[in-house]
Design a protein around this ligand. Structure first.
Ligand code: GDP
Length: 329
């Protein structure tokens, strides 16, 4: 591992584009790091990897804890690797940081996919800001693409805002639901349902099967009330049993139908261009903030203004304005 740590950016790029998972993994760690030194190296590696990225399909998968995401991703991932495809899974957990516990973090998740040589699974501690999640995940996607993965699955827990961010970086958005939650259109925010290209009612087995089929019909009806999508795609609703491996192939077919349509009408490519433009803005915003907060003068002034705010000598808006006016970075 030490030799990886000391490897040059050029070597990193070479190894990643050769599909070397250890280097990919270490590069993602650099991307996730908040240290300035790592940031520099991560940027160089990313720049070198960018020309090699773009060939894969990016899928967002969300759903509340317990709906069966890891079981589903394992079943779907295994299906893809059996087709000889390479699959990367990036799991974003907004509840975790490096040292806190997490919803996604337990090691038993996706055991058979973990041991599949054509799969790569990476839980991502999201750190403290949504901006952080977005940048790190986008960059991790780029690195995985350069490493030759055919499918990249980005998983979120469906409890926060990160779904919107993830929707902005994938080609296809899949929402996993339960039939018997009794909260059909409330448990998951309307906005998330609106973003979905496919809703899968999971756990359609045993005593839940009938309920799952009923929920499917209900959802199909409900989706008609949503405005038409720019992609011209009519969102699908289907069922699966991730546990029994049923419905998986059908989901793969739905994904392919979606890709065929959106590649034919150009939406797929337009969407990627739009996402790149968003990435550009995000990169500027991140860099501006980064430079601003590490500036010595800014650090000093911030502490002075905080003092004044504490003593009620200035209001926070005025303080911010004064600071921004006087600072050129
Ligand atoms: P996650 O929190 O969304 O990642 O959910 P998990 O994949 O960890 O699954 C939560 C629980 O539901 C586990 O006990 C799984 O075995 C179970 N589960 C997942 N998928 C299915 C399914 O299709 N049918 C049934 N009956 N149970 C499932």
């Amino acid at each position: 591992m030490n030799s990886i740590k000391n490897a040059s950016s050029k070597h990193f790029i070479q190894q990643i584009t050769n599909g070397n998972i250890s280097f990919l993994s270490k590069a993602i760690t650099l991307v996730e790091s908040n240290s300035q030194k790592h940031y520099q190296k991560a940027s160089e590696i990313l720049e070198g990897c960018l020309p090699h990225a773009n060939g894969c399909i990016r899928i967002g998968i969300t759903g509340v804890p317990g709906v069966g995401k890891s079981t589903f991703i394992e079943a779907f991932g295994k299906y893809l690797t059996r087709l000889n495809k390479k699959v990367a899974v990036l799991a974003i957990d907004p509840t975790s940081s490096l040292n806190k516990g997490s919803i996604l973090g337990d090691k038993t998740r996706m055991e058979s996919l973990v041991n599949d040589k054509n799969a790569f699974i990476r839980p991502s501690p999201s750190g403290d800001s949504l901006g952080g999640v977005t940048r790190k995940t986008r960059e991790s996607i780029t690195l995985c693409e350069a490493a030759g993965f055919d499918y990249i699955i980005v998983e979120t827990v469906g409890v926060g805002q990160s779904e919107v961010a993830v929707h902005g970086m994938v080609d296809f958005f899949l929402l996993l639901k339960l039939a018997n939650a009794g909260d059909e259109l409330q448990g998951i925010k309307r906005g998330i349902i609106e973003m979905a290209d496919l809703i899968v009612i999971n756990k359609a087995d045993g005593k839940f099967e009938k309920q799952a089929n009923l929920a499917k019909t209900e959802f199909k009806r409900a989706l008609h009330l949503f405005p038409a999508k720019e992609s011209e795609w009519i969102p699908e609703v289907t069922t699966s049993s991730a546990l029994n491996n049923t419905g998986i192939e059908n989901i793969y077919q739905i994904l392919n139908t979606y890709l065929k349509l959106t590649k034919k009408n150009g939406y797929f490519y337009q969407q990627r261009k739009l996402q790149n433009k968003q990435w550009f803005y995000e990169a500027i915003n991140n860099e501006l903030k980064n430079q601003f907060y590490k500036d010595e003068k800014v650090i000093e002034s911030i502490s002075e203004y905080l003092n004044k705010i504490e003593k009620d000598e200035i209001n926070p808006f005025k303080a911010a304005q004064n600071l921004l006016k006087r600072t050129t970075i």
